[in-house]
Design a protein around this ligand. Structure first.
Ligand SMILES: [Zn+2]
Length: 217
């Protein structure tokens, strides 16, 4: 198993990580002085990080305030289309190029993550580690860069589809299938298995959003 990801140390990554894990949610206001206190860094790097995040559309202006941006329905749908294509390609290339050791790491991840199906936050982090491992196993640096961009925008989704009732256990079965296809060097099978996984995740999210709209109405 790889070592757990060390916590980020620069202001940009710390804020991005805080959005990613839900400390700050879409619509929340980000205040320079509060962030400086929270992360124990001076205001200059915080200001620069906020500017960068705004340029990347991860933050939006609300009057004079900066708030965490949110994805509307169309943006979410667009993001899932790109994610499905790129992740499918990553799985296909992983089936072709993954080393024996990389495939073994993926297998061990699936087995370890099976213990997390009842803890959505831990499973969501484990899920990102798992997908990142597939991206790396594709051995295509440009694809890895594009997928990093997709995952950065995904941080703007308020909740993980893995929080849906029963989704964690099924997602793990899907991960198992993806790894089996990579182990078998079945490129079409790996591509299809990952596309299916992303499609089910998107369907789950649409249902979550529909239920939330009902609660709010
Ligand atoms: Zn997954």
């Amino acid at each position: 198993m790889p070592a757990p990801r060390p916590g980020p140390t620069d202001a940009y990554s710390m804020i991005l990580d805080a959005i990613d894990i839900g400390t700050y949610r879409p619509g929340d206001r980000l205040v320079e002085s509060e962030l400086a206190d929270r992360f124990g860094v001076s205001r200059t790097p915080i200001r620069e990080a906020l500017q960068r995040l705004e340029t990347q559309s991860l933050l939006a202006r609300d009057g004079r305030s900066l708030i965490v941006a949110s994805l509307d329905h169309n943006q979410m749908a667009e993001l899932y289309v790109v994610r499905g294509e790129l992740e499918g390609l990553a799985a296909r290339l992983a089936a072709r190029h993954a080393t024996v050791e990389e495939a073994r790491v993926l297998r061990e991840m699936v087995e370890a993550d099976n213990a997390l199906t009842e803890t959505p936050a831990a499973l969501a982090r484990a899920n990102r580690r798992f997908h990142k491992q597939i991206h790396l196993a594709s051995h295509n640096r440009y694809l890895v860069q594009q997928l990093d961009l997709v995952y950065r925008s995904m941080a703007l989704m308020a909740t993980s589809s893995l929080a849906a009732q029963g989704r964690g256990a099924i997602a793990q079965q899907e991960h198992d299938r993806i790894v089996a296809m990579i182990e078998a060097r079945d490129e079409d099978g790996a591509d299809a298995a990952l596309r299916t996984h992303i499609s089910v995740a998107f369907t789950t999210r649409l249902k979550q959003d529909a239920a939330r709209r009902e609660e709010e109405a």
